[in-house]
Design a protein around this ligand. Structure first.
Ligand SMILES: [Zn+2]
Length: 134
């Protein structure tokens, strides 16, 4: 249990560091705008223009980053479905579960989502957590 928390904290810190580095990418843009525009336009208008240009660029950069990484995603997302047949034990059950997203795990675009009964879901989740610890 303690190891899970440690791994997840480590993962969060890694993402946070990456995010802070990404944030610094706008520094050169801001510096150039401040250098060129502040004298003529003043600090407020310069900041508005710099943020506008930054928005034009980083909309695409961030979209790419968020697609490639889970930088801002730190939790788990589950789906619960009624009346399913368990993927593993074929038991009919009134409630099925599947993990959609987790750390290094993304089945959000899965075209054939697999649901499991409570017991099988718990078993698979334990395997997933064990894999994360390695
Ligand atoms: Zn099952």
């Amino acid at each position: 249990m303690g190891l899970w928390v440690y791994k997840e904290m480590k993962e969060l810190l890694k993402r946070y560091t990456f995010y802070l580095i990404r944030w610094q990418l706008s520094t050169p843009l801001l510096a150039v705008c401040v250098y060129l525009l502040t004298k003529n336009l003043g600090p407020t208008l310069t900041t508005i223009i710099a943020n506008f240009i930054g928005g034009l660029i980083f909309f695409w950069v961030d979209q790419w980053i968020f697609k490639k990484t889970d930088i801002l995603f730190t939790g788990e997302l589950w789906e619960v479905k009624n009346n399913i047949v368990c993927q593993d034990c074929n038991k009919q059950t009134d409630r099925g579960y599947r993990l959609i997203r987790g750390v290094h795990y993304d089945k959000s675009r899965d075209k054939t989502p697999q649901f499991r009964c409570h017991d099988c879901s718990r078993k698979k989740y334990t395997e997933y957590k064990t894999k994360l610890e390695k």
